[in-house]
Design a binder for this molecule. Structure first.
Ligand code: URA
Length: 225
């Protein structure tokens, strides 16, 4: 499941390939492959960790409690479920909602990479440690990564806490996610500072932090052929 997916040129075809995937052990215990929701025209793409029980049953991402909170927080700045393309790092539910393992992430990564290329969103929001560390190719944790916007592969990346952390952690975590979603809104509205010394007064503006360039690594770690 590596370079062949780079040649697939529609999300529908990619979803069909994913629906038959048996590349890792998660295929043995899944009910449905949870490929994504949303349209290829989305300006915002959200990347979670992996399906939970309800997602596995329905074949759709973020339809459980975490998902409802995510959609509620996005809707506070006028972004609806229909506006976003939602996918996960792994497309099949890890049993008992355990963390996805490194080999499972590696096997599933080409699907996510191609989804990002085909959707071509303006902003990617990564939720929690797994997607943030994978896409940013870092070992730095989400607590230190969040609160900022990154320039990433010709688009913007905004890492934030996973909504499940807000369900456990309460208002403080929720407010941090709100602040990060406000960054997304600002990016969509073009309130961007490319050089903080030149434009210090733009209201609600976002200063961008560059992430490793194309020359240094392929799109999250794999150089595609
Ligand atoms: N948590 C995730 O990371 N993804 C989902 O789809 C649901 C819950």
């Amino acid at each position: 499941m590596t370079t062949a997916l780079d040649k697939v040129d529609s999300l529908e075809e990619l979803a069909e390939i994913a629906s038959a995937c048996t590349a890792c052990r998660l295929s043995a215990t899944r009910t449905n492959v949870v490929f994504a929701s949303g349209t290829k025209d989305a300006q915002v793409m959200v990347v979670g960790e992996g399906p939970g029980q309800q997602e596995d049953e329905q074949g759709l991402p973020f339809v459980g409690r975490s998902g409802r909170l995510l959609i509620e927080l996005l809707s506070e700045v006028g972004i609806t479920r229909e506006d976003v393309y939602i996918a996960n790092v792994v497309k099949c539910r890890p049993p008992q909602n355990r963390d996805p393992r490194q080999d499972e992430i590696e096997m599933c990564k080409p699907f996510l990479r191609r989804q990002i290329e085909l959707v071509d969103p303006v902003v990617v929001i990564t939720l929690g440690n797994f997607s943030s560390k994978l896409l940013m190719q870092t070992t730095t944790g989400i607590t230190r990564l969040r609160g900022k916007a990154y320039e990433w592969w010709g688009r913007y990346l905004v890492p934030t806490f996973h909504p499940a952390a807000a369900l456990r952690g309460g208002e403080r975590v929720k407010n941090d996610i709100r602040a990060d979603i406000a960054i997304v809104r600002s990016l969509l509205e073009g309130r961007i500072i490319h050089d903080s010394e030149e434009a210090p007064n733009l209201a609600n503006s976002v200063e961008l932090i560059p992430v490793a360039s194309e020359e240094q690594l392929g799109l999250f770690g794999t150089v595609s052929s």
